[in-house]
Design a binder for this molecule. Structure first.
Ligand code: FES
Ligand code: FE2
Length: 383
């Protein structure tokens, strides 16, 4: 749980949500925003989004707590780039291409683990925890290895318990600049560095990545589409929206919002009062943090314009006991079902209608400012 300073972030949001409920309005944009339905199905547009967004901007590739110790690693592939993310003996987290410098085989096949040496399965070239080339079997038979001294490293930066990397080897960035001070403070309140991952994840098929992102950023549907599941304790459409550069923070009012007026802040049951989503552009949503867990959802654009995948992770503030593992598994199945059968099932119907809507505009309301900001950012970067 957050420390006293971090809790102020939640208290301030809870008060804003109370005010929005009292006035009967969410935070709003100035105008509605039309978006051409064809934008979601256009192959050339999609290629620009991959090249000018995913292959360029800093991406949240891991939480610090995924790899707390030297030698800890995680792997995943985003837009066709296989990544190997390792904490070195010097405590620095680095992001490498998971591709051997010999002939490109994947060094590591597992999604997570710990190694002293990273040894390629093909001809056993080995790399240390900093990515340096350590061993080449029968090196004297191989020839000159000048210029090949380790794995290909991508620019990365770790801040506020999250690790960012750019797929562009020549990029220069800092996580602070990319996030901005307000978002850094807000993420620090979540204490992402002090969490424990539940290593079982859910993978769910979704259509075009922007259709899926629209769902991640949408505070208008929680008490409607999810009225019988995760939205049962929500007050719909009274959200706070903080548009933080390309990123967004969305507060959701809960049915216990009256506690804000009835009790001192230290006694609010935050889980009843509110819930919270941080959207880290372009593809990660961090939900919760004001209670005992967070739910991290990562959106991977697929090989085709009409395909993406959502991977859901859970993190806890305490080491996982058997009891918590059982609870985490139950929760995983619930969230998987909600996202698959409610969110994704619905957005697949949008996807199916796109050809028929090819000349039409879809509209984002004044009460959907985070979606509006997302589409403006995508246009700015890849329009
Ligand atoms: S491809 Fe890795 S050692 Fe040959
Ligand atoms: Fe949803």
């Amino acid at each position: 749980m957050a420390d006293a300073q971090g809790r102020q972030v939640f208290y301030e949001l809870a008060r804003r949500l109370r005010d929005n409920v009292a006035r009967g309005l969410p935070d709003q944009a100035d105008e509605i925003l039309p978006v051409a339905a064809a934008d979601y199905a256009d192959e050339a547009q999609y290629r620009r989004e991959i090249a000018q967004i995913f292959e360029r901007v800093p991406l949240l590739v891991a939480l610090s707590c995924d790899i707390p110790n030297s030698g800890d690693f995680v792997t995943h592939t985003i837009v066709g780039r296989p990544l190997l993310i390792v904490r070195g003996d010097d405590g620095v987290a680095r992001v490498f291409l998971n591709a051997c410098r010999h002939r490109g085989a994947a060094i590591i096949g597992e999604p997570f683990g710990n190694r002293r040496l990273f040894s390629c399965p093909y001809h056993a070239w080995s790399y240390d925890r900093q990515g340096g080339l350590k061993g080449v079997p029968d090196r004297e038979t191989f020839g000159d290895l000048a210029g090949i001294d380790g794995l290909i490293e991508l620019p990365s930066d770790e801040l506020a318990g999250a690790l960012f990397a750019s797929l562009d080897v020549n990029a220069t960035f800092t996580a602070r600049e990319w996030l901005g001070d307000t978002l850094v403070r807000s993420l620090e309140a979540l204490r992402l560095d002090a969490m424990y991952p539940y290593r079982v994840t859910s993978t769910i098929a979704s259509p075009n990545w922007k259709l899926a992102a629209d769902g991640y950023l949408d505070g208008y549907h929680i008490g409607l589409l999810h009225r019988n599941t995760i939205g049962v304790r929500a007050i719909n459409n009274r959200n706070t929206y903080d548009l933080l550069g390309p990123h967004a923070r969305i507060g959701f009012a809960g049915k216990g919002i009256n506690q804000v007026d009835e009790r001192p802040e230290g006694e609010w049951e935050l889980g009843e009062v509110m819930s919270l989503v941080h959207y880290i552009f372009p593809n990660v949503s961090i939900s919760g943090g004001h209670k005992d867990t967070i739910q991290l959802s990562r959106l991977f654009p697929g090989p085709d314009v009409g395909e993406s995948t959502t991977v859901q992770h859970q993190y806890f503030y305490e080491p996982m006991t058997d009891d918590m593992l059982a609870r985490a598994e139950e929760k995983r199945l619930v969230y998987e079902q909600v996202v698959r059968d409610e969110d994704c099932a619905t957005i697949f119907t949008i996807n199916d209608a796109l050809p028929a809507l090819a000349r039409q505009q879809l509209v984002f309301g004044r009460n959907e400012p985070a979606n509006q900001a997302f589409h403006r950012t995508v246009r700015e970067l890849a329009g």
